[in-house]
Write a protein that binds this ligand. Structure first.
Ligand SMILES: Nc1ncnc2c1ncn2[C@@H]1O[C@H](COP(=O)(O)OP(=O)(O)OP(=O)(O)O)[C@@H](O)[C@H]1O
Ligand SMILES: [Mg+2]
Length: 727
């Protein structure tokens, strides 16, 4: 996201009059302080000054600012600075600019603290087109302002591996066109030489019929083979695109996927690739042939009778102007339609995966209504789309038809005047008819092309996304020992809103660290960073002295065992789910892991034992059972780093006790991070880290922290009190 916009010349001059320093940050806002919409209000900072320029004008010396912050309000935010202990409201914005406002506040804060060499970077995607200001339809490029040829280049690139098939298709198409064109010469000579002169015999007619039949048969066989090849090409391309998309999605970091709905991603993998296939089968392969036919027809007609030919083409410029004018509009219509289709897909996906909640709250009717609303919106846009095309195409066809009427009239007059033979006129009218075919086919082309380019844009929107977590080329594939050093890390899911700030923690191999803190303080976030599901914004994490970013991801992940806060099991058998972590594990290892996780007994009682199919997300199992399978899965890899995020929260006291015992055995020789709200679970931890206010606020053994009488002490006391009340 751009944080240093170029000021318009006049405002630049006004800033230059005030200060010689260049802007470090400069963003635009769309609301004045009074809340009125504005298109000309900039706010930013140089090293010395905060400036507001445009409809308002204000300069504030950075040296007078103690701090700056952005407050998120309903549908917008405000930027405030604190001067002499007083909060001053500097600017307002709608949600369009809120992310930039947060960044600017952070930037001003750094400048006021004298950190003049640090710059705020915002890696978030733009939600609005920089050029035209329109909302981007879920893609990073604006369909209105983006160059169309990019999509064609992409299409050509996609088809490159199938070049040989494409060449055969084009050759067949040319062959077909040549046959169609030459047939008309046979007809002309037959009419002028035999029919009009009356010299023709029954044998002549039979020969012409046989030639016609033969040519049509060859042409039909060529057409059949061409259709087969076109389908083969289309299916091949969409197959590769789907595979490419899936490969790429697996590589993308969670921060990208967090911001996408699974339904929308599925829509791109399945439907958009299908649109590309449809285009290649029906249009792309025919396009070259049609073009060649069109050009050869035009040349032939010009040679035969240039005046009539020009009459036939009279309306072509109008058609081109018409199509070009409506092109951007049609592109937007298609993007809109796809976006609405995405929403329906998301809704369905969401409701079906949360169907238990829908039913328990008796919200089926509301969900049906909600779906109907989305469905209505899709139908609306489809209706307006179809209405547009229902007018657009007949109009184009009418323009095309005018050309052929004109030929018939002018040619008829020519025959009467004797400047043209009947055979010539018939040949000409046939050519005009043949011209009509490709032309009206081409008049449908904008719709097909735009539907395909919209899909291509959406597909490439994912394929062009650079994975946030990159596995370096010469990444280290080392055996992990488990020494972890976290140095001054700052991280936020939105780069401008840190969840953890300047957090440091050193953990020796084999040590068990309990992570404690209020809900939402960032415990799971910290382990997400240790697992490198996200990269830190600042600071570094060292594993055995190596930066986590230098380690080979796959080899690092294979040395981590993890039980996440939300147990996730895949649709499949119990065995598949445990084996997921280590596909090469023997049955004996799996049973051993299940026994350690206290899961073996209940698995044996299932109808098909280890082969029992557990439904999607394992919904056929109880919460505790799912958790135990997840624990078995985590320990199967014999991990060097064990991460337990509320790993025993769904277990009864008896099972928890047994699992705790198992963990006690397991954690020997492994670095363990355990998160638990029930503090008694962490009594065996070597040290406990209390996360508060975005950093580790207390660190020590259970007894040390109790003596400290700080946050941990408060939490323990509160839980004791609660337990006492229960009793
Ligand atoms: N994927 C995400 N995208 C955006 N924000 C997130 C995401 N995951 C968590 N957060 C936010 O980050 C903050 C820390 O969340 P985190 O899950 O680390 O808390 P926690 O300490 O594990 O809480 P709990 O004890 O309830 O599990 C919360 O404010 C949460 O809203
Ligand atoms: Mg959590």
């Amino acid at each position: 996201m751009e944080l240093n916009l170029k000021l318009p010349n006049e405002l630049r001059q006004r800033l230059a009059n005030k200060t010689a320093a260049e802007p470090i940050y400069c963003i635009k806002t769309d609301l004045s302080l009074t809340g009125n919409y504005t298109d000309r209000l900039y706010i930013g900072a140089t090293e010395k000054e905060i400036f507001i320029l445009g409809e308002e004008e204000k300069f504030i010396p950075i040296s007078s600012v103690q701090s700056a912050s952005c407050i998120n309000l309903v549908n917008g935010g405000i930027l405030t600075v604190s001067i002499d202990g007083e909060e001053i409201m500097l600017a307002r914005c709608s949600m369009t600019h809120i992310s930039r406002f947060f960044c600017l506040a952070k930037g001003i804060k750094w400048l006021s603290e004298g950190k003049t060499d640090k710059r705020v970077v915002n890696t978030e995607r733009e939600k609005y087109c920089k050029k035209c200001g329109r909302v981007l339809p879920g893609t990073s490029h604006c369909p209105k302002c983006d160059k169309e040829h990019r999509n064609f280049n992409r299409l050509i690139n996609i088809c490159k591996p199938h070049a040989a098939t494409l060449v055969v298709i084009v050759a067949l198409m040319l062959f077909g066109s040549a046959i169609d064109l030459s047939v008309q010469f046979v007809l002309r000579y037959f009419v002028d030489g035999y029919l009009v002169t009356g010299k023709g015999t029954a044998l002549n007619v039979l020969v012409v019929f046989a030639v016609y039949f033969g040519i049509t048969l060859v042409s039909a066989i060529g057409y059949l083979y061409r259709t087969y090849l076109c389908n083969k090409l289309g299916i091949g391309v969409s197959y590769r695109l789907r595979a490419q998309l899936n490969n790429h999605i697996q590589k993308l970091s969670l921060s990208f996927l967090d911001k996408r709905n699974p339904g929308a991603v599925i829509e791109r993998v399945m439907n958009d690739t299908n649109h590309v296939r449809g285009f290649i089968c029906d249009c792309f392969c025919n396009m070259f042939g049609m073009l060649v036919t069109l050009v050869s027809l035009a040349v032939l007609m010009l040679v035969l009778n240039w005046k009539l030919a020009l009459a036939a083409f009279a309306f072509a410029p109008l058609i081109i102007i018409f199509a070009r004018t409506f092109w951007p509009k049609i592109r937007r219509i298609f993007h809109n339609q796809h976006r609405r289709s995405d929403r329906i897909h998301n809704k369905l996906q969401d409701v079906l995966s949360g169907i238990r909640i829908v039913k328990t709250y008796g919200k089926e009717k509301e969900e049906v209504e909600e779906f109907c609303k989305l469905n209505d919106k899709l139908a609306d846009v489809q209706r307006s789309n179809e209405t547009f095309f229902a007018i657009f195409f007949p109009f184009l066809s009418l323009l095309l038809a005018f050309g052929s009427y004109l030929i018939t009239y002018l040619g008829g007059m020519g025959v009467l005047e004797g400047s043209m033979t009947v055979g010539e006129l018939m040949q000409f009218i046939s050519y005009a008819g043949m011209l009509l075919g490709p032309l009206s086919w081409m008049s449908f082309l904008p719709r097909r092309i735009i539907n395909m380019t919209t899909s291509l844009e959406r597909i490439y929107d994912i394929l062009d996304e650079v994975p946030g977590i990159i596995n370096k080329e010469n990444a280290l594939k080392k055996e992990i020992e488990g020494n972890i050093e976290i140095n001054n890390i700052t991280f936020g899911y939105n780069s401008y809103e840190p969840v953890l700030e300047n957090l440091s923690l050193k953990v020796k191999k084999g040590e068990m660290i309990g992570l404690v803190g209020s809900s939402g303080c960032g415990k799971s976030t910290l382990i997400n960073l240790i697992m490198r599901l996200y990269d830190t914004d600042e600071g570094e994490i060292l594993i055995d002295g190596n930066n986590i970013k230098d380690l080979d991801l796959a080899s690092y992940h294979s040395s981590i065992g993890v039980v996440l806060q939300e147990t996730f099991l895949f649709a499949g058998t119990v065995l598949d789910n445990i084996r997921f972590a280590n596909p090469s594990a023997s049955m004996l290892d799996i049973i051993k892991a299940a026994k350690s996780a206290n899961a073996h007994e209940f698995i044996c009682k299932l109808p098909d034992g280890y082969n029992t199919y557990i439904g999607e997300k394992g919904h056929m199992l109880s919460g505790g059972e799912k958790q135990r399978i997840a624990i078995a899965r985590a320990i199967l890899t014999n991990p060097k780093i064990l991460i337990l995020d509320e790993a025993t929260s769904a277990l009864d006291t008896e099972s928890e006790y047994q699992i705790q015992e198992a963990f006690e055995r397991l954690r020997k020789g492994r670095t363990t991070f355990a998160i638990a709200h029930r503090l008694s679970t962490l009594r065996n931890a070597d040290r406990i880290a209390v996360i508060n206010d975005k950093k580790v606020e207390e660190l020590g053994t259970h007894n040390e922290l109790l003596q400290l009488k700080g946050i941990y002490y408060g939490l323990v006391m509160a839980q004791l009190e609660m337990n006492k009340n229960k009793e």
